[in-house]
Ligand binder design. Structure first.
Ligand SMILES: [Zn+2]
Length: 469
């Protein structure tokens, strides 16, 4: 593929976009200027009310490196200057931003960087609550985040598709091994469950007596690992890698609480961080986050990160919202097969899947091609495993919160579409319910929720360890 890196290689001055004709449009007003600094990449968004034309130059032979973005169709007003200059970038990559009149009908936004970067500038059409957006995504040349480093390296490889298919095959083999370790051959039953439209219902009253509270130690680790060399690896000896995906982020706030205007992206990040920390305390478990800050990560990239981590399991953490403030309780979702989906779950999926358009994704042809290839693969085994793991997680969540539905629900969530990684989405509670919004804001509930999800995962993979507050 043509990577951004190739595109910008070594040129001192590069014209990336030509001005397209734009007639009969009044000058655009700036609605907002936002900045989302993060190690992975920094985003600057300029929101405006009319279409504009732009082109950008990256000046690489200057130290520090600079970028100039020329924009036609925006008036240089005091308001705009103030907004741009008000940005005090406590940012790993941007040191200064200035805006000035360039030619009679062009303004120039100049960005001075702290180090060599790989910038992308693109525009987005109005979507949701947002008007037009001009977006600057500033990627580092050397990724600090290990998963992003893998992804960036892979994007540069010649045979991207071949490599992807290899990774998917490896993942499917891992899924198969976990299935064999657990000694279950219930896949046929589960598939039958999927086609009938319901997974196994959870009965909170049937929760086993070995509750978390009864355990004395924070971590109860299996003392003996199999010693015989000939013995096959079992799931309890194999390293278990969990990808934790905090929903939304950056331009995409997710649901907003009714009473306190709590943002979903914030509470799900807190819960995810706790879950990640707790799991990483355990031997033989490695947890990774797909987002560790307030910035936007596309749905596809979330899956790519899980795959780069060679994740055995993917859990996306969300908080629900519904028109009726009485709606309450936790839910666990997995992907649906082509069977029946309730209209509410269809609505939910549409809503969740619009995250890319709200967050603002710079979709490249290669991404579309890869998505199509993956979509044609079979999800049957992934769904069967996800239903089973999801059921165990739901049972654990039932200990600490009421359930919205007593069984694992299924919906067409784009973030769950990895044929090679069992994936679930947990709607922790309803931000639209005043009581649950209060819960979601409390660190006590956040911890309880993280532990319940973590304990579900540990049980699902036959681990003896238990998380306890
Ligand atoms: Zn969400």
């Amino acid at each position: 593929m043509i990577t951004r890196r190739h595109f910008l290689s070594n040129s001192a001055l590069l014209l990336s976009f030509s001005f397209l004709p734009l007639s009969g449009v009044r000058a655009s007003q700036i609605v907002a200027v936002r900045m989302w600094p993060a190690e992975e990449y920094t985003r600057l968004t300029i929101e405006h009310d009319q279409p504009i034309r732009f082109r950008y130059f990256v000046i690489r032979n200057q130290k520090p490196m600079q970028m100039a973005v020329d924009v036609q169709g925006i008036l240089l007003t005091d308001h705009l200057i103030k907004m741009v200059e008000a940005i005090k970038p406590e940012d790993p990559y941007i040191s200064k931003i200035k805006v000035a009149q360039n030619t009679a009908n062009t303004i120039r936004i100049s960005v001075v960087f702290k180090k060599d970067v790989d910038p992308q500038v693109f525009s987005l059409k109005p979507f949701g609550d947002y008007r037009y957006r001009l977006v600057f995504d500033i990627y580092p040349m050397e990724q600090q985040d290990p998963l992003m480093a893998i992804i960036q390296k892979e994007e540069k490889e010649k045979d991207v598709i071949g490599r992807l298919l290899e990774q998917v095959a490896e993942g499917q083999k891992r899924m198969e091994e976990h299935r064999m370790d657990s000694g279950r051959d219930a896949i046929g039953d589960l598939i039958a469950g999927i086609t009938s439209g319901t997974a196994v219902p959870v009965k909170p009253t049937n929760v086993p007596k070995t509750s978390i509270e009864n355990k004395k130690n924070t971590v109860t680790q299996t003392k003996k690992e199999p010693t015989k060399k000939t013995q096959p690896k079992t799931s309890s000896s194999r390293n278990l890698i969990i990808a934790i995906d905090p929903g939304h982020g950056g331009e995409d706030p997710g649901a907003i609480g009714r009473t306190y205007k709590t943002r979903e992206k914030d509470v799900v990040l807190s819960i995810s961080r706790i879950l990640c920390q707790e799991l990483n305390k355990l031997k033989g478990i490695k947890a990774v986050l797909t987002r560790n800050g307030d910035y936007f990560v596309s749905l596809n990239r979330r899956i790519m990160k899980a795959r780069a981590a060679k994740a055995d399991f993917f859990v996306s953490i969300h908080a629900d919202a519904w028109i009726n403030s009485k709606a309450k309780g936790s839910s666990v979702f997995c992907l649906n097969s082509r069977g029946k989906v309730s209209s509410q779950n269809k609505w939910l999926a549409r809503n969740q899947n619009s995250a890319d358009r709200i967050g603002g994704v710079n979709l490249r042809a290669q991404d579309v091609q890869i998505a199509k290839i993956l979509m044609d693969m079979s999800f049957t085994a992934q769904i069967a495993d996800s239903l089973e793991y999801g059921h165990i997680v739901l049972k654990e969540v039932a200990r600490i919160n009421q359930l919205h539905k007593q069984y694992v629900e299924q919906a067409n969530f784009a973030v769950l579409k990895a044929p090679d990684i069992p994936s679930i989405l947990v709607e922790t509670a309803f931000l639209s319910n005043p009581r649950e919004e209060r819960n979601l804001r409390s660190s006590y509930f956040q911890k309880k929720m993280a532990q319940a999800i973590g304990n579900g995962i540990l049980k699902a993979f036959n681990r003896k360890a238990v998380l306890k507050g």
